[in-house]
Design a protein around this ligand. Sequence first.
Ligand SMILES: Nc1ncnc2c1ncn2[C@@H]1O[C@H](COP(=O)(O)OP(=O)(O)OP(=O)(O)O)[C@@H](O)[C@H]1O
Ligand SMILES: [Mg+2]
Length: 265
Amino acid sequence: MKTEKSIIRVENVSQRFATPKGVFLALDNVSFAIAKGETVSLIGHSGCGKSTLLNLIAGLSRPSEGVLLCDNQEIIGPGPERGVVFQNHSLLPWLSAYDNVALAVRQVFKGEMSKSEMHDWIVLNLELVHMGHAMDKRPNEISGGMKQRVGIARALAMKPKVLLMDEPFGALDALTRAHLQDAVMDIQGRLNTTLLLITHDVDEAVLLSDRVMMMTNGPAAKVGEILHVDLERPRSRLALANDPLFHQYRQQVLQFLHEKHRAVA
Ligand SMILES: Nc1ncnc2c1ncn2[C@@H]1O[C@H](COP(=O)(O)OP(=O)(O)OP(=O)(O)O)[C@@H](O)[C@H]1O
Ligand SMILES: [Mg+2]
């Protein structure tokens, strides 16, 4: 991959944690790049270091060794160019869906957008995730899937260069998850957003990604294999259900997870 097209670069990154039992090496010399507009998923067994890696890119922690760059700038902390969506929505319970998004928009675009521009932008992003009809509801008045959609709208509304998602659909039922996967693919297609997605779901990884990065088990986790998913976009889950190539990709990921790097009991 050409360096100048990369929006995220992770170079020789290692992460150590001090534990009561001594130093724990979570990530060992990890390097990769993500191109602009690319969707990459990170898959691997529980505890291998996926969230550790995403948190480093989000700027929520600093690496023990190595460098992380976003758009050629070293990542030294969180920033609005890197939107983050976690598994459990982190909405403020006393604010409506609208106000949760508004809070982020005001923070990022204060002085740049007028009040009415901000309003239109907030509504547009909520409509993008099909939450236009429920934007005055508070988190306890809407379903888990709807909360997650508001979280995605909030992240998108900050116009991030990169959207980082840590198991964003993990806590949802299969049907809601499918709806949200389609919504994310649709938004990605329209805005050409760069996406890094952590998932445990092999079908989700193949369906959404241009590349699937498979991590080896920790300690000292690395990117073990990278699968290039060469399926045309826009992708339809129904059409792909009968696509031999889709099944071949799926099989390759499963094989990596089950045979080569069995979870440590
Ligand atoms: N702050 C910390 N201090 C000590 N050890 C940590 C810390 N954060 C993570 N670890 C360890 O690093 C390893 C990787 O953790 P991480 O949360 O990145 O895994 P993961 O791949 O996201 O797992 P899961 O799929 O279960 O979310 C684990 O062994 C974990 O115990
Ligand atoms: Mg995790």
